[in-house]
Each structure stands twice: as C-alpha cells, then as structure tokens.
Design a protein around this ligand. Structure first.
Ligand code: ASP
Ligand code: MG
Length: 412
C-alpha cells in the first residue's frame, strides 16, 4: 500500500479536541488507501515545562536524565493519538522511539539519527495495522539510553521516517498554512508560496523562519523527500500548504523567493589585530570552543601589518565572546587594541535560487535599503543569498522595503 508520513506539531495536539481533529485528517488518508506513519510532538508548552522541571531539580543536570524527562511529552500524545484513532475504528498503535527502534548517536539532547530498522513496524502493517503513531523527538543510544534530537526535533523524526519507509510524501501539519515570502506579522502583503526549493527552505529555516527544524530540511534534501507544510486547522486539499521540493519541480520562479530576518544579532569588531598567517584561526578557534555561533565574518584591508576583524553572533553570546577574546589575549594567542560590541543590530537576508542566473540582485537590494535611508553595516553573500546587518530599529522597514522591491507580493 502507498504510505504517507503525517507529522503534527505541538499546537495541533494541544488538547483532546485538537488530537481528535488531527486524527480525523489521518482517518481521511487511510480511507483514501494510504498506510500512515503519524509522528507527534508533545502538547504545546509541555516540553518547555519539562525542561523547566529538570533545571529546577538539577542545574548541572545529567543529560541522560534530561532526555528521559524531556522526551516524555511525546509519549503521552502518541498514546492518546492511537486511542483516538482506535475510537474511530482505525487500526492504530503507538510506538515510542526505543520500540521502533529509532537508533541515534549518544549525543544527549542533540542526538543524530543513525538508523530506523523497518522490520517491527512493517510486520504490524502486514498484520493489518493501518496507522503507526510514533513519538517524535526521541530515540535510543547504542548504550540503550533514551535520547532526544534537539528542540523542534519531531520534524526531523518525520522526515527520517519518510526516507526510511519510502513515503510518497511527508506532510508537516502546523499552525500556519504554509511557508511565506516573509513574516506576515511584519509585512501584510506576505504571500504563501505554493512551492519552494530545498536549498531555499534551508536558507530560510536557518535564517530564522521557524517553520521547520533546519536538520529536517537537510535530511529531506539528501533523501529527496517531498515535504509539505500545511495547517491542521483548515480543510486541506491536494494543493494546500507549501511543497518543499527539488528545484526541477518548480516551473515558475521569482528571482528572489523570500526575505528572512534575525532580530537579535550583535556585531563585534576586534580593532587592530596583527595581520599574519594564522590570525583568523587564533580568533575563531577560541570563539568556537566557547560555543559562540559566529555567522558573518569580515576582515578589513590591512594597513602596516594590522587589521580590524568584524564578526556577528547572537546577542546573548556577546559576553561569552568577549571572555574568549580577553582570555586569548591574556594567553598571548592574539593581540588587539580594543573589542567593540554593537548589540543593536539585526540581519536581513534575501534568498532565491534565481540569483544563480540573474545578476543585479545585490545592487537592487542595496538601492531599496538606501532609498529608505537605511545604512548597511556588514554584507555577506552566497550563491543564493545576500545578507546585511543593519540597525535593529530599521529591521521591519527593511523587510517591507525588500519585499516590495522584489515584487514578492505577486506570483512569478
Ligand atoms: N516537543 C519537542 C520540542 O518542543 C520536539 C518538537 O516539538 O518538535 O522541541
Ligand atoms: Mg516545530
């Protein structure tokens, strides 16, 4: 029988009524002739509550016990979903990660999926089970301990199951009806995209459009899983939501597909560091060891053997970055005159695979920003993305101006 994976996020299973609503969507697919693997998140807010309990109990917690506690929200919704389906006369049963078994690395709280053997679930499908409800977000380590995949990890569970079972599609049910050209709370002309390419979704996901966990998109791209994002609060048809797919499957494309932003960035500049071989390694090694997620990096032209080095990172990592740099200076690994932090910046990016074949996107972007009087502090580019750092107070204005400049309110 053809197989679908359907994933329901926390708001889609937030209470018994919503679980019933989600189960109704599953039943419809079963009636259409699909076997279904349902992946559930915990009820919304539950995982945060569990994390809070762990932290209150043990500030320096044992990561294995953190996973034991934090994974439990999904066990509840998996069992309730199976019961709800049974009440609808759909043959269903629940599976916790270890029962599948979904095998992961032992990196607790950030484990990676290694293997999903099909035999157990396939055997039950062969016996007439029509729906396997699997607890998302969790697995089992080689040591036999419960692991979790990182926050938002149920998306990754869903895509991994779709790949392992050769599903026709992986439908991600959530509280929005798809992926938008930008955040509709900032730009009311934001438009839902019918299709978006994996590469673009990856850029948008990691740039702060929080619809899908980044790793789930990486996985979908690697295994060519057709991924659809759609609302669990609407009647859906074949064409609902946004399909995340191979770029060959998209005929009509705008050059730019979306505008993304990250609100809480900081720009840090090391003034006058020695410009010598190894200096970048001496700076960014300690930053990475300190767990600072460096994003953009700009090295200025050097004068008389010295240069300024600018990088960006999340605002809440500024103190950590400063400490790492001061420590490295004290150890004599680097030398700089001053470290200047600007904590009032935001990053705004335009993304589109059309940039590969169209020149002039950058200049169009800079013109749009300048006509609003917005100063650009740092620019970086990749094959399908241009990002700028600007003053945070202009972030909304910049998003709106770029959305307008690239005509994103109109379909290609
Ligand atoms: N419940 C987990 C979380 O809140 C996993 C998920 O929902 O994707 O992060
Ligand atoms: Mg999520």
């Amino acid at each position: 029988m053809p197989l679908l994976v359907m994933k329901f996020g926390g708001t889609s299973v937030a209470d018994l009524d919503r679980i019933r609503n989600a189960a109704g969507k599953v039943r419809r697919e079963v009636e259409r002739g699909y076997d279904v693997i349902v992946i559930v998140s915990a009820m919304s807010g539950k995982t945060n509550e569990l994390v809070g309990w762990v932290e209150q109990t043990s500030p320096m917690f044992d990561a294995r016990e953190y996973d034991a506690v934090v994974s439990s929200g999904e066990n509840v919704t998996a069992g309730l979903m199976a019961l709800t389906l049974q009440e609808m006369d759909v043959p269903a049963r629940s599976w916790q990660g270890w029962q599948v078994p979904l095998k992961t690395t032992s990196a607790h709280s950030a484990a990676r999926i290694e293997e999903i053997p099909r035999a157990n679930i396939d055997a039950k499908f062969a016996e007439g089970m029509r729906v396997a409800v699997v607890a998302g977000f969790q697995g089992i380590s080689p040591e036999g301990r419960i692991t979790t995949l990182g926050r938002g990890g149920s998306d990754t569970t869903a895509v991994a199951f779709a790949a392992a079972f050769g599903a026709e599609r992986c439908d991600i049910y959530t509280d929005v009806d798809g992926v938008y050209t930008t955040d509709p709370r900032i730009e009311d002309k934001a438009r839902k995209l019918d299709k978006i390419a994996f590469e673009e979704m990856l850029e948008l996901a990691s740039l702060g459009a929080k619809v899908l966990q980044t790793r789930s998109v990486e996985l979908a791209m690697r295994y060519k899983v057709r991924l659809r994002v759609l609302s669990s609060f609407e009647e859906n048809t074949e064409n609902s939501g946004t399909l995340v797919c191979d770029e060959e499957d998209i005929m009509e494309k705008n050059v730019v597909s979306g505008v993304a932003y990250v609100r809480d960035e900081a720009k840090m500049t090391l003034i006058s560091v020695a410009d010598r071989p190894g200096i970048a390694a001496a700076i960014f090694g300690p930053l990475s060891d300190a767990g600072v997620n460096v994003d953009m990096i700009v090295q200025n032209i050097s004068e008389e053997g010295r240069t300024d080095m600018t990088f960006s990172c999340p605002v809440n990592q500024v103190a950590r970055a400063e400490k790492a740099m001061q420590d490295a200076k004290e150890k004599g690994e680097i030398n700089f005159h001053d470290l200047v932090a600007d904590t009032d910046v935001a990053k705004v990016s335009v993304v589109g695979i059309g940039m590969r074949s169209h020149a002039g996107v950058a200049s169009q972007m800079f013109k749009a920003l300048s006509s609003e009087g917005i100063n650009i502090k740092v620019i970086t580019t990749s094959e399908i993305k241009i990002s700028v750092l600007i003053d945070r107070k202009y972030m909304e204005l910049a998003v709106q101006a770029l959305h307008d400049a690239f005509g994103l309110d109109k379909a290609a």
